[in-house]
Design a protein around this ligand. Structure first.
Ligand code: EPU
Length: 427
């Protein structure tokens, strides 16, 4: 298994190209199930999770063709075509490797009237139930059966009637499943307290490009008027706001100055606000967002929340940055119950952090020191890389398959701006 060797201390400077958004791509790809015509997605990141999802789509009889795969290119283009769905079962072996597989439930049900998906189970960052995915589909008229570790959703004869659902908790995935199911329903469906993350807006824009009728895009109340059929489309995946935010933290912790090429400031509001409070200069430029650190980092009080609040996917990376701030910071995680697994690893690098329930108190230290650390989930892994970039001496980050799930060629991008980082085989 590969590991990353990072020798800290280099100031990052230059330009990092930002890839297409993983979490957007993972909901745009299953939209291919909604039409017989080809769907072409541009700017897809090259990630293990995207390969996994492609494989899952093949399982349903969707053909996939990938272009633009020169090794030196970032991103690629995938055309998916599903003239006929040959299976509507997502098996355990594929789902267990990738929780986002649950996002095929809505579109498979809408297209074929029935879908069977293995229950994804918990994961490192929390219990992550799927009850809301099932409740909203039930509200749209589906019958739900649970048996032998699988969920089966069945539409009435003639298709889903559609319906209304008010989410008790904001859920990105359940909103996505609901949208993909409702677009082909017979009537109008309404969602209240729906997630409004930029990735949801990206999904809505693709669905509209395919012929869907959706009102309220970008808000938490959505009305979806079902249509008889959707057609093919060509669509560019939005820039990855979490990848961009992660590299912003990397630049900032090294006192660097980096242009995040392709990043959109309007989709990164809460992260950029947090960075500014920490004392980082953030400027919107024509081609992206520039972050520059001059002077000491200030402590901050940050709480994660659904969009437009601060993304839980940025909590670990911001925590790394605050480990070397000039004072004490407080970070509160409100979305997932177990998302502080980077804390013991950051402590091994000299950080002073104590956790009580959902709150972490981070006392800034003068200097982190390099250490061998273990990645536990995607964003936790990135937080370790960020800390290592500022640490004195060498760090080794193991289990980097987590990073490969969500950061396209991380070490190459960091090398572009002067980091001393290499990937080596773990023996
Ligand atoms: N929840 C329920 N029941 C449900 C669904 C969610 O109780 O049926 C709870 C969750 O346990 C959690 C909260 O609702 O406490 C929010 O979960 P959400 O459904 O919004 O998360 P998700 O759709 O499973 C996506 C991203 C995550 C990101 C979250 C929150 C994808 C593929 N994943 O997950 O991304 O943290 O939204 O923004 O889009 C990552 O990229 O590292 C990552 C974990």
């Amino acid at each position: 298994m590969d590991k990353l060797i990072i020798r800290g201390g280099n100031r990052l400077s230059g330009t990092i190209p930002i890839s297409g958004a993983k979490n957007s791509a993972l909901t745009l790809i299953p939209c291919a199930l909604l039409t017989e015509e080809p769907l072409t997605l541009r700017n897809l990141p090259r990630l293990a999770d995207i390969d996994g999802f492609q494989h899952l789509m093949n399982q349903f009889g969707v053909t996939t063709a990938v272009q633009g795969s020169r090794p030196e290119d970032f991103g690629r283009v995938m055309t998916l075509e599903a003239p006929r769905i040959t299976s509507n079962v997502a098996p355990y072996d594929l789902v267990r490797k990738m929780r986002a597989s649950i996002l095929v439930l809505g579109p498979l049900l809408a297209r074929t009237g029935e879908a069977t998906v293995s229950l994804p189970g918990g994961c490192a960052i929390g219990n992550r139930p799927i009850d809301l995915h099932l409740k909203v589909l039930e509200a749209f008229g589906a019958e739900i059966e649970l048996a032998a570790g699988y969920v089966k959703a069945i539409a009435p004869e003639g298709g889903l009637p559609g319906g209304e659902y008010d989410f008790p908790v904001v859920s990105v995935g359940a909103t996505e499943n609901a949208l993909m199911a409702a677009v082909l329903a017979k009537g109008t469906s309404k969602l209240f307290n729906a997630a409004r993350e930029p990735e949801i807006v990206d999904l809505c824009k693709l669905l509209v490009a395919m012929g869907a009728e959706i009102e309220g895009i970008g808000s938490s109340d959505l009305a979806i008027h079902g249509v008889k059929r959707l057609h093919g489309a060509t669509y560019r995946v939005m820039a990855d706001r979490i990848e961009a935010g992660s590299y912003a933290c990397a630049a900032a912790i090294t006192g660097g100055d980096v242009l995040l090429e392709g990043a959109r400031a309007d989709e990164m509001g809460a992260t950029l606000h947090a960075l500014r409070n920490i004392g980082i200069d953030v400027t919107e430029e024509k081609t992206g967002v520039r972050v520059a650190a001059n002077g000491p980092l200030k402590p901050a009080n940050l709480t994660t929340a659904p969009y437009p609040g601060l993304a839980t996917d940025m909590q670990a990376q911001l925590m790394s940055l605050l480990t070397v701030a000039d004072g004490t910071s407080v970070l509160t995680e409100t979305i997932f119950e177990n998302r502080f697994m980077h804390v013991p690893e950051l402590s091994r690098m000299g950080a002073d952090i104590s956790v009580s329930g959902r709150t972490a108190i981070v006392k800034g230290v003068k200097q982190l020191t390099g250490a061998a650390v273990m990645a536990t989930d995607l964003r936790a892994s990135m937080s370790l890389a960020i800390a290592a970039l500022a640490a004195e001496g060498q760090s080794e980050i193991r289990r980097i398959y987590h990073l490969d799930r969500g950061y396209e060629r991380l070490e190459e991008k960091l090398q572009l701006v002067g980091a001393d980082i290499e990937r080596v085989g773990d023996d």
